[in-house]
Design a protein around this ligand. Structure first.
Ligand code: NAG
Ligand code: NAG
Ligand code: NAG
Ligand code: NAG
Ligand code: NAG
Length: 364
């Protein structure tokens, strides 16, 4: 749009010379026209940026992976530290040390050549200060990779809050948190996959996933630290998941983003070896759409996620499972959460993780 002439022109109203380089000499008409054209340009630029953002999506090009770590067999639990402090999630739980967990009396962690089990105590009929459980943290920390969790059984039942996740416990939330598997109580609403971060990590962008978005700001100070969560179908966790023989959760963490796939036991892709002695690396680029997709579009992965340990635990009650709006009779959970934990020892027979293996691959 032309607002004024190439050469200084004459403004008849003001009867003075106007110059394109000397705005002080412009009349209101020229000002109005200039303002209008500036607004038009702004509108075009904003429209173009928004349009680009709507369709922006990272390139998840194929990476070549190499097996780095295998967690399996009888020494599974030797690769972890047992957390024994006060529960940061305010649970009605005592996280016990390795010696207690592996003692024949409690047997809360047990590894054989075929699987590793982590469970809640089912013997104490008066656990009035909280029930014994376990929280393990891998000694190794990671900064990217493809994580293959072969899960045979997931814990469920009133008052339980199990999770399989990654974080740097000493640097939360600055080093981020990646929740691969998490559910509460009867776990009938499926698995929830979530990121928790510092500011400037948002998922209100184009995504390719089959799960249902819950919240999209990953910043820990928003939505009461709900994080940015995606929920799977009912059979992605708990009783229904276990009835199908569990399956594989695969989490790929790279600069382009973080994606999580769930493959039920009956439909594990052929490029994921079932035998842990087979070191052939899977190829996520050959898989279908993931259950959860956290692209890097509005979240710089390398600054939000660092030095992540793999953590598995079964919390009881606490900030999520024990919330009065969450622990409810509607979920067939009687009384209060802590009453249930205190006295209903045998109910915790369904509260156990069982893994065939965990494998970590790094991109070369
Ligand atoms: C510990 O648990 C495992 C797995 O459930 C079981 O096979 C084993 O017999 C138990 N050991 C004891 C001493 O109870
Ligand atoms: C979020 O993290 C900050 C530390 O960076 C902490 O002070 C704050 O309490 C956290 N907020 C919530 C709701 O967790
Ligand atoms: C290892 O696993 C891959 C992928 O499942 C498979 O194609 C290959 O045949 C396996 N190799 C052996 C020696 O079993
Ligand atoms: C990650 O851990 C390593 C080894 O402990 C340390 O040298 C490094 O500074 C850590 N990275 C960050 C970002 O803190
Ligand atoms: C104990 O737990 C079982 C299984 O969830 C439940 O059916 C039963 O009602 C519970 N009993 C009490 C007293 O809470």
């Amino acid at each position: 749009m032309r607002v004024y002439g190439e050469s200084p022109s004459y403004d008849k109203l003001q009867n003075r010379q106007v110059s394109r380089w000397k705005p002080k000499t412009w009349s209101w008409k020229i000002w109005a026209a200039a303002a209008f054209s500036v607004l038009a340009v702004v509108a075009i630029v904003v429209g173009a940026v928004l349009g680009t953002e709507d369709s922006a999506y990272p390139k998840y090009s194929a990476l070549t992976y190499t097996l780095q770590d295998t967690y399996s067999g009888t020494d599974f639990f030797n690769q972890f530290d047992y957390f024994t402090g006060y529960d940061p999630s305010l649970g009605f739980v005592h996280y016990v040390p390795y010696e207690t967990a592996t003692s024949p009396q409690y047997n809360l962690t047990y590894a054989s050549s075929s699987s590793a089990v982590l469970r809640v105590d089912t013997t104490d009929t008066d656990a009035s200060t909280g029930r014994y459980s376990v929280r393990i943290t891998s000694k190794k920390q990671y900064n990217s990779g493809l994580f293959i969790f072969d899960v045979l059984n997931s814990p469920y039942g009133c008052s339980t809050w199990p999770a399989l996740w990654l974080t740097d416990p000493n640097n939360w939330p600055s080093h981020g948190e990646i929740d691969v598997m998490e559910a509460v109580n009867q776990a009938t609403t499926g698995n929830q996959m979530t990121l928790h971060t510092t500011d400037d990590c948002k998922m209100n962008v184009k995504r390719k996933e089959t799960g249902e978005v819950q919240t999209s700001n990953c910043y820990n100070a928003t939505d009461e630290n709900a994080g940015c969560g995606v929920q799977g179908a009912a059979d992605t966790f708990g009783e229904a998941f276990n009835a199908n023989g569990g399956g594989i959760y695969a989490m790929e963490w790279r600069n382009a983003g973080i994606r999580i796939w769930f493959f039920p036991r009956s439909s594990i892709p052929s490029d994921i070896p079932t035998d842990v002695s087979n070191t052939t690396a899977p190829d996520p680029s050959s898989w279908d759409e993931p259950l959860a997709d956290f692209p890097s579009t509005h979240c710089d992965m390398s600054s939000h996620f660092q030095n992540q340990s793999i953590i598995a635990n079964i919390d009881l009650c606490g900030a999520w499972a024990g919330a009065t709006s969450v622990y409810t009779a509607a979920d067939q959970c009687p009384g209060t959460c802590s009453e249930f934990v205190t006295s209903n020892a045998t109910a915790f027979k369904t509260a156990y993780w069982e893994w065939s293996s965990w494998r970590v691959y790094t991109a070369s």
